[in-house]
Design a protein around this ligand. Structure first.
Ligand code: NAD
Length: 249
C-alpha cells in the first residue's frame, strides 16, 4: 500500500533544491484561523482595502480593532509539526528559501533563519509608518487604542502607522518579490503548503516554477486552481503528511 507521505517523500528525495511556499493553512494547526476555510476569518470580517485604510478614519479604526482581536490568536500561537518539518528541510540544506504569504512569523520561530524566509505579505508582529518606515511595536499602540481609541500616527513624521502587512490594493514589497522570483526559478521542486492559491501575484509563483521545469507538489485540504498542473496533490493535513514524509515529530 502506498501512503500519501510516501509519494511526497519520494518527490523530496529526488529533489536537489526545494522551494517551500506556505499560506495560512500551515498555521491553522497552531490555532490561527485562515481566510477561506468555512471557519476562516472571512466568515467574520470582510477585508479592508489599502485605499480605504488611507482615506477613511472609520475604516482605519476598524482595521486596528480587528488587528488586535486577531493578534490574540497570533500571540498565543507556536510553530506546529508542519513548521518543524519545513525547518528540518532547511536545516538539512535541501531548501534555501521559504516563500510565505503568512504574516505570523512562525517559520522564523520554528528555527528557519530570517534570511531564508521571504514574506510576500509582510509581517503582522509589528507596525510601521507608511511614509518614513519607522518601526513601532504593537503593545503600546494597543494600550493607547484600548484606552481612548487613539489611531496610531507616526511621532517622527506624522504619517499613518499601519500593521507591517500588505493589504489588498497595496503595492507588493519589491525586494521580497525579487527574491521569491529568483528562488522559484532556481528550484527543481516547488512545494505548496496550505494555500488556496487564489491571491495574486503570490499564486503565480507555483506556475512559474512548473513552467520553468520544476516539479510541483500541493498539500492543501481543499482543491486549488493549480491542481491540474501539479505532479502531486494531497488533500491532507500538512503537519501529519509532511511530518511523516520527513520523519519529523
Ligand atoms: P487561504 O485562507 O486563502 O487558504 C488556506 C488554505 O489552507 C485553504 O484552502 C484550506 O483548505 C487550507 N488548509 C487550512 N488548514 C490546513 C491544514 N491544516 N492542512 C492542509 N490544508 C489546510 O490562505 P492563503 O492562500 O494563505 O491566502 C490568504 C491570505 O491570508 C494571505 O495573503 C495571508 O497573508 C493571509 N493570512 C495569513 C494568516 C497567517 O499569517 N497565519 C492567517 C490568515 C490569513
Amino acid at each position: 500500500m502506498i501512503f500519501e507521505s510516501d509519494a511526497l517523500r519520494a518527490l523530496l528525495q529526488a529533489a536537489r533544491q526545494v522551494v517551500v511556499f506556505t499560506g495560512a493553512g500551515i498555521s491553522t494547526e497552531s490555532g490561527i484561523p485562515d481566510f477561506r476555510s468555512p471557519q476562516g476569518l472571512w466568515s467574520r470580517f470582510q477585508p479592508i482595502q489599502f485605499q480605504e485604510f488611507i482615506s477613511s478614519p472609520d475604516l482605519r479604526r476598524e482595521a486596528w480593532r480587528r488587528k488586535f482581536i486577531i493578534d490574540e490568536d497570533m500571540r498565543a500561537a507556536r510553530p506546529n509539526r508542519g513548521h518543524r518539518a519545513v525547518a528540518a528541510l532547511v536545516e538539512r540544506g535541501q531548501c534555501r528559501c521559504v516563500i510565505t504569504q503568512n504574516i505570523d512569523g512562525l517559520h522564523q520561530l520554528s528555527g528557519v533563519p530570517s534570511d531564508a524566509v521571504v514574506e510576500l505579505h509582510g509581517n503582522g508582529t509589528y507596525a510601521a509608518c507608511l511614509e518614513c518606515g519607522y518601526r513601532y511595536e504593537l503593545p503600546p499602540l494597543q494600550a493607547a487604542f484600548e484606552q481612548d481609541g487613539t489611531i496610531p500616527m507616526c511621532h517622527a513624521c506624522g504619517g499613518l502607522v499601519k500593521s507591517a502587512t500588505i493589504s489588498f490594493g497595496q503595492a507588493m514589497p519589491e525586494s521580497a518579490m525579487r527574491r521569491a522570483e529568483a528562488a522559484t526559478l532556481a528550484c527543481d521542486l516547488f512545494l505548496v503548503l496550505g494555500s488556496s492559491l487564489v491571491v495574486y501575484p503570490a499564486a503565480a509563483f507555483p506556475l512559474r516554477a512548473k513552467r520553468n521545469g520544476a516539479r510541483l507538489a500541493i498539500v492543501n485540504h481543499e482543491p486549488t486552481p493549480h491542481d491540474a498542473q501539479a505532479d502531486l496533490v494531497l488533500n491532507s493535513e500538512i503537519g501529519e503528511v509532511l511530518g511523516e514524509a520527513l520523519a519529523v515529530a
